[in-house]
Design a protein around this ligand. Sequence first.
Ligand code: ADP
Ligand code: MG
Length: 354
Amino acid sequence: MFSAKNFSPQQLSALTALTISVPIALGLYVFNHSWWVALIYLAVIFLGSFGLILFSLQTFIYRKIKLIYKLIYQTKASKREEFYYKNILPQKSIDEVREDVEKWAEQRKAEIEVLQQNEAFRKEFLQNLSHELKTPVFAIQGYVDTLRNGALYNPAVNEKFLQSTSRNIDRLVNLLADLDEISRLESGEQKLNMEEFIIQELTKDVYETLDITATDKNIKLIVKKGCEFPLIVYADKEKIRQVLINFIENAIKYGRQNGLVEASFYNVDGRNVLVEISDDGSGIGEEHLPRIFERFYRTDQARNRKIGGSGLGLSICKHIIEAHKQTIHVRSKIDVGSTFGFMLAARKSAREGS
Ligand SMILES: Nc1ncnc2c1ncn2[C@@H]1O[C@H](COP(=O)(O)OP(=O)(O)O)[C@@H](O)[C@H]1O
Ligand SMILES: [Mg+2]
């Protein structure tokens, strides 16, 4: 439809020229009664005013618009763009120009939001990192200073201080290993080493590695009844081992004395395997659940009790599972316990056969 808002400059000029020339020609005809004089006037005034109006529109308005276009696209006009500015842009109605500018503004807004978000992430990351480094480094500094100031020759404390120093150095080394792992995962430069393996066997392997830690708290590590039937998955075994270690370590660390850690495995729809690690420990408050997989995120309880690690473990797990194009999840209730789980692709050969 011909809507007043969508006039191109040509149409606008023609319409204005008509509104000027028609009444004048009509007036002349009324006084003169000579239709051809009126027609000549009509033509002359129409053409003259049309040209004039179009010229001023293009010169004064479209020049400015061209400038805006150049600014928003930040271009140095190439030949093609010059053609565009000369021939196509003047055909555009003001409305279309407005749409273009609005589209541009929206794109910029989205870009700025992403940048602001990244900036906030970066700040938070640096803050967290320096905080994590501070604690062990200051502790080491303290112990070494005390040793040098005489404690080294005091057999009652020297061994203890050295052990504490060593423990803090371990903490730093672990933190650096986690950071290294996360930066490699985030840069995406690590390739997955996919193979078929039985997920229960890997879990039992991890159970064995963590047996001593679990025994310290008298926690039993078991496979849920009915989940013993071997399920073959297709994944990067060493990476999945890392995820299981993190889950089970957490389940022990945040589990209760004399508690239970239970692993369960389900074949979902024949194509995927669901793996879950449950504990009957302290649980995680609802307000923390959405953030639990973020880098450095720990619940207040984990911070205060000083049993927590770097807070990078779950974030590494999430990266690993997402690199497998699968999902990671958590369910938890305070004082009841937590269940962490993820999906893996079922054996490759089975899927190819189906
Ligand atoms: N099984 C669990 N039970 C209760 N809280 C947990 C459990 N697993 C993880 N959390 C919470 O999630 C936080 C993040 O875990 P993680 O990334 O592994 O860090 P870390 O183990 O180094 O503290 C922990 O600090 C803890 O607060
Ligand atoms: Mg952990």
